[in-house]
Design a protein around this ligand. Sequence first.
Ligand SMILES: Nc1ncnc2c1ncn2[C@@H]1O[C@H](COP(=O)(O)OP(=O)(O)OP(=O)(O)O)[C@@H](O)[C@H]1O
Ligand SMILES: [Mg+2]
Length: 159
Amino acid sequence: MTKKAIIKKKLSKITISQEISGKEGSFGVYVQISSKLGIKIVGGTSVEKHFKEYLKEAIHEARNLREARKRVSFVPRCYGVQSFKIDGKSRIGILMQHLGKKRLENMNINNDYDVRHCLKNRLLKVNILHDDLHNANVMFYKGRYYVIDFGQVTIIKSQ
Ligand SMILES: Nc1ncnc2c1ncn2[C@@H]1O[C@H](COP(=O)(O)OP(=O)(O)OP(=O)(O)O)[C@@H](O)[C@H]1O
Ligand SMILES: [Mg+2]
């Protein structure tokens, strides 16, 4: 089976209850689909009505992730945008590297401001402006911090 077919099979197994219990953000719900792979489902149940807009936003975020990952290593790898169905209803998701469950938010450390500040500056150095760098948008995975949530990011093209 090809990688694509394996992913399609995994996506076809995502259930509504998995989606509901996924990690919720304001734009998407994140569901882990294997030890190394997760999907940020955008739009949820309202995606059918506004399919084109959500698809556009998902493609935009996936592009941002890929461009950012070319410039820094502390961003999840992105494997593209995929539409699929849950209980016969359409969904759109951004496939990406799974970075575990630890967010800066639940780490109970007192230098979280410094961590965010440092990550923000490292992104700025490569012309990436992340305007929404709060503690739920920083993951701690295998001893390193990672920045997620690239929907609202501004990336200045390198010449
Ligand atoms: N690659 C990943 N690996 C592990 N968990 C992730 C990953 N991406 C997202 N998550 C989880 O899903 C949550 C929501 O993801 P994200 O911040 O991208 O969505 P959002 O809806 O845009 O959030 P926001 O409320 O910041 O706009 C994160 O806080 C995190 O817990
Ligand atoms: Mg977020």
